[in-house]
Design a protein around this ligand. Structure first.
Ligand code: FAD
Length: 460
């Protein structure tokens, strides 16, 4: 393949762009990265925008690829399950897996991004330029137009290859669309719900105010609140709520009284931990949630979209960042094949990757419904209980859809989706037909009969 001496220009030094820069530098490419925001290691720019994230096996696999797994693990807080809070404040923990070593991790976006930037900058062939916003990309001539945030000066950068990792609102994707030079398919589907970030501060002595090692959920049917722990003893809380439907929605939560009434009614135990609620609620933005799909991701061998720029998804599977990291792993595998040109490389990458990113986009929408309502539903809870038992007693034979997506980095997303959905359907049918019951005594023999039935139904 092409000569590693070539110049690669990356637009966006977020999670995907900084990892990509690091990996390409390890492969010997010369990389210039242009980021519109200031250096987040020097300026706090996180307020109100997904401060922490759930990192799981696919993301960790990418960290292993670049050799920083231990540094990343030091930033992680394990979350073993979902702590479900009902309206009266009762809680129950529903583990993510019956296998003890399977859990997800809460990690700070800023810390992780900062680490990736620092690791990338250790390579002499990586340069990162901050406060430079890409305005457009000339994909035929492989140049990008930037504007300096401070001086407002505009300048053009030339490269052999441009890769845009500039997130859900990608400037390069817009140039593809507006350029009308090739058939470019693009869809953007917003949910009727938006999100707002809130917080639970640590106790005065720095301890956590509620159980640390879980992802807390307050499911309320058509809306929900979640909370993920941070290393400093706080939790980042996110309210997912409709903009304009239901008794309470973002558009009518405009006064302190209305917000307090809403929380008193729906989330009294959370409210007790959040004396700062009103400040957070009116200070932090309400942001939309959407799915972006597009194709092709590349123009000839000149330009390529990656990460959220190619496939933004809603956050309910906790997989957007993990998928964007996995993009780099999959792209790296194609680079390893040393194909004859960048065009062949980009084509091969999209061919193998697109069906997986489409699958995780669809799974993330499914999980939106699962988290906000099904987690509170007794049949769903029975199903999860049964799956935990199957995973515990037959760790090599059974993995739920959630486990396939989240903990099995060796199965592709689209395969996890097909197998997981078939299993879900099989278990729900067997439960509702009374053919299996979680009341059955839990001897291994009995569970083996259940496992065989689930397998039979799944394959049918
Ligand atoms: P981004 O992280 O958006 O980075 C893009 C970068 O490009 C930014 O630094 C931006 O400043 C820069 N940029 C943008 N435009 C330009 C421009 N014109 N010129 C130059 N630079 C530009 N994923 C998970 O895996 N687990 C989770 O738990 C999770 N929770 C989430 C919760 C919420 C509320 C949201 C909204 C998302 C969540 N995600 C989660 C998804 C995750 O945030 C994204 O998938 C991930 O950030 C994608 O990385 P990226 O580098 O492609 O894009």
């Amino acid at each position: 393949m092409k000569e590693t001496k070539q110049n690669i220009l990356i637009i966006g030094a977020g999670l995907c762009g900084s990892l990509l820069a690091l990996r390409l530098a390890q492969r010997g490419y010369k990389v210039n990265v242009f980021e519109m925001r200031p250096d987040l290691r020097k300026v706090d720019i996180s307020a109100g925008r997904s401060i922490n994230l759930a990192l799981s096996n696919r993301g960790i696999k990418a960290m292993k690829l670049v050799g920083i797994e231990d540094k990343v693990k030091a930033l992680c807080i394990p979350m073993h399950g979902r702590m479900i809070h009902d309206k009266t404040g009762n809680t129950h923990l529903s583990n993510y897996s019956g296998r003890e070593h399977e859990y997800i991790n809460s990690i700070s976006r800023g810390e992780l991004n900062g680490l990736l930037l620092t690791e990338a900058e250790k390579h002499k062939n990586v340069s990162i330029y901050f406060n430079k916003k890409c305005k457009s990309v000339d994909f035929e001539n492989t140049t990008a137009l930037f504007q300096d945030y401070k001086t407002k000066d505009k300048f053009v950068e030339d490269a052999d290859v441009i890769i845009a990792t500039d997130g859900a609102g990608s400037a390069m994707r817009k140039s593809y669309y507006l350029g009308k030079k090739f058939l470019f398919s693009f869809s953007q589907d917003y949910l009727t719900h938006g999100y707002k970030e809130l917080s639970i501060h640590p106790k005065e002595n720095g301890d956590y105010k509620t159980y640390k090692n879980a992802l807390h959920i307050w499911p309320r049917g058509s809306f929900m609140l979640i909370a993920l722990p941070n290393l400093d003893g706080s939790f980042t809380v996110t309210l997912f709520l409709s903009y304009d439907e239901g008794e309470y929605h973002f558009n009518n939560l405009t006064t302190e009284e209305a917000v307090l009434k809403f929380f008193q009614k729906e989330f009294p135990d959370a409210l007790a931990l959040m004396p700062n609620l009103i400040d957070d609620f009116f200070k932090n933005p309400t942001s939309p949630l959407g799915t972006v799909k597009c194709s092709p991701w590349h123009y000839k061998g000149n330009t390529l979209l990656m990460g959220d720029a190619a496939h933004a998804i809603v956050p309910f599977y906790g997989q957007g960042m993990n998928a964007s990291f996995e993009d780099v792993v999959e792209f790296d595998k194609i680079l390893e094949k040393n194909l004859e040109s960048w065009e062949a490389t980009f084509k091969a990458y999209q061919k193998t990757r697109k069906k997986d990113t489409d699958a995780i986009a669809d799974l993330a929408i499914d999980n939106f419904h699962e988290m906000k309502s099904h987690t509170a539903n007794p049949v769903f809870q029975k199903k999860r209980k049964l799956e935990m038992l199957l995973e515990k007693h037959f760790p090599d034979e059974y993995a739920s859809k959630y486990a396939l997506v989240t903990f099995n980095e060796d199965i592709r997303y689209h395969e996890a989706m097909l197998k997981g959905r078939a299993q879900d359907k099989a278990i729900l049918n067997l439960l509702s037909d009374g053919i299996i019951s979680t009341k059955l005594d839990k001897t291994k023999n009995n569970l083996k009969t259940i496992l065989d039935k689930v397998k039979q139904e799944t394959e049918a």
